[in-house]
Structures are given as C-alpha cells and as structure tokens.
Design a protein around this ligand. Structure first.
Ligand code: NAD
Length: 275
C-alpha cells in the first residue's frame, strides 16, 4: 500500500479557511489520520502529527514539504498510557502552541467472539479508542474556552451506531465515543466550541487490510476477492470511502460554515447503516 497516497497537494475545502489555527490529529502518521492532517494543512492550519512511533518524523517532513505555508510538528505517543495525553499536549504546545482543533482519530481493532475475547485487547481498545479521546478533550477545553473558539472531531465509526459480530470492544468503544461527543457538545455549547463525530464505513487502510488478509486466508481466495466480499457484506455502494474524503469533511466541520453543527454523528459509509 502507498504510504503517502495522493501525492499532489490537497485543495482546501471551500469555506474552511483555517489560517493560524493549530490542529492536533492523533493517529496521523498514516491512514485516515494522515488524510485529515493533509486537509487541515491545506486549509491553512499548523498541524501536529502523532502516532505510535513508526516513521512519524518522515511523514511530518513529507507533509511540511507539500507546499502549504503552515508549520508541522510531530510527537510519538502511546495513547493507551494514562499520562500520554498530557505529554502529547505539552509537545504540541512547545512545538506549535495550544491546539484550537483536536481530532481524536487514533484507534485499533481486534476481532474475536465475546466468549474468547482477550482481556488485554479489550483494555487496549477501550484505552485508545475511547479513554484517550476523553483525556485529550478534557485537557484542551480549558484553552479553547479561554480563546472562545474550538473544534473537537471524533473519528468514530458505523460501529458507533450498529454492531458487527466479533467486534465487542470496538463497538463498545465507538458507541461510547458518540456518547462522549454529545456530552461535550452540550457542555461547551455556549463557549464557541463544537464537538462532532464522523462515522466511516470501510476505508482501505492498514486497519482494514489486516481484516481483508484474514478473510483471504480463511477462504483461500485472492486479496481482491476478499476485499470485494468485505464490501458486499456491509457497504451497498461497494466502494471504499477514502482518507481524503474524511479529511475534507473534518475541514468543513472546523470551518465557520459549520459553526452551528455540534453533537452530530455524520456517516460516510456507502449506505452501511441504511440497510
Ligand atoms: P490505521 O491502522 O491505518 O492507523 C492508525 C493510526 O493510529 C496510526 O497513525 C498509528 O500510529 C496510530 N496508533 C495505533 N496505536 C496507537 C497507540 N497506542 N497510541 C497512539 N496512536 C496509535 O487506522 P485507520 O483505518 O486510519 O483508522 C483511524 C481511525 O478511523 C480509527 O479510530 C478507526 O477506528 C477509525 N475507522 C476506520 C475505519 C476503516 O475502515 N479504516 C472505519 C471506521 C472507523
């Protein structure tokens, strides 16, 4: 898979002029998070990238070279750890300043039936996909309130709205993330801050590639046949959503034209939850 899909500079989303805003995007060294980082950078933001450590410096350099005027920062963070959110925010403040925009995107998946789901995978998924978003949101709200402006976007999933077999921890975490989104939205409604969630269906990133490989191995079929089967089972449009599409939606949510959108859960799922 191409590590830097869409080599050309992303066009800024109309209405999303975010010059001077500082955006922190978790899990942005690849996949959906990198698509979001590119879109916010193209809209004029200074962007703080973060990931678990793999090639993050190179990804940050790559983004900084893509021709926009903003600054790019990077810090590795294992957001399963309790104190990692504080350390990441300190790194963001030191490199770029306090974030005006927080995108809680980092997430992992594990597929197994409830009856044999391992404790450590349950704890990891709840810690990263849900608790890290809570801790980062709690910490950034003070500064956003002080400045009278802020945007929090949580990358949930269709699994925040519906379940699938074998994904108990992921489904529980993503349903929880939608609850967190609505609660934060209500609490900051008078402060110039919005909080929304995006609920993608299948996007062909490393997280999904591993599930495709598992289907291919179980059925003894080629990878592309397994990918088609994955789409056929859940996504009526039978095409993957893209990191760039989700990135542009985030940029729109951060712009002034979305100033009254808050507490929402927006699907980009090829029809998955319409079935
Ligand atoms: P990915 O595996 O391609 O990327 C995950 C990112 O999270 C990477 O940058 C990685 O470094 C980071 N990360 C992993 N473990 C971490 C940890 N312990 N601490 C900090 N960062 C960590 O995944 P993706 O498909 O781009 O998924 C991004 C988000 O989108 C996730 O929350 C996922 O649940 C959600 N999502 C993905 C899909 C999909 O089809 N790919 C669909 C719906 C929702």
């Amino acid at each position: 898979m191409d590590r830097f899909p869409c080599e050309t500079a992303t066009m800024a989303v109309p209405g999303a002029q975010l010059s001077g805003r500082i955006a922190l995007v978790t899990g942005s060294t690849r996949g959906i998070g990198f698509g979001i980082a590119k879109a916010l950078y193209a809209a004029g933001c200074d962007v703080m990238l973060s990931g678990r450590g793999e090639e993050g410096e190179q990804v940050a350099e790559h983004l900084a070279r893509s021709g926009e005027r903003g600054r790019v920062g990077y810090a590795a963070a294992d957001l399963r750890e309790h104190d990692a959110a504080t350390a990441l925010l300190a790194a963001c403040s030191a490199q770029l300043g306090e974030p005006d925009i927080l995108v809680n995107n980092a997430g992992v998946q594990h597929v197994a039936p409830v009856a044999c789901f391992p404790d450590e995978r349950w704890d990891e998924i709840i810690a990263l996909n849900l608790s890290a978003a809570f801790r980062l949101s709690r910490s950034v709200l003070h500064g956003m309130r002080r400045r009278g402006w802020g945007r929090i976007v949580n990358i949930a999933s269709v699994h925040g709205l519906v379940a699938s077999e074998g994904k108990c921890a992921y489904v529980a975490a993503k349903h929880g993330l939608l609850g967190l989104t609505k609660t934060v939205a209500l609490e900051v409604a008078g402060d110039g801050i919005t909080c929304n969630a995006i609920c993608p269906g299948w996007v062909r990133t490393e997280l999904v590639e591993r599930q495709i490989e598992r289907i291919a191995a179980e059925r003894g079929v080629p990878i592309e046949d397994a990918a088609s089967e994955l789409l056929r089972a859940k996504q009526p449009m039978r095409r993957f959503s893209t990191p760039e599409g989700i990135g542009d939606l985030v940029a729109f949510l951060c712009g002034e034209k979305a100033a009254t959108m808050t507490g929402s859960a927006i699907t980009m799922d090829g029809g998955w939850v319409s079935i």
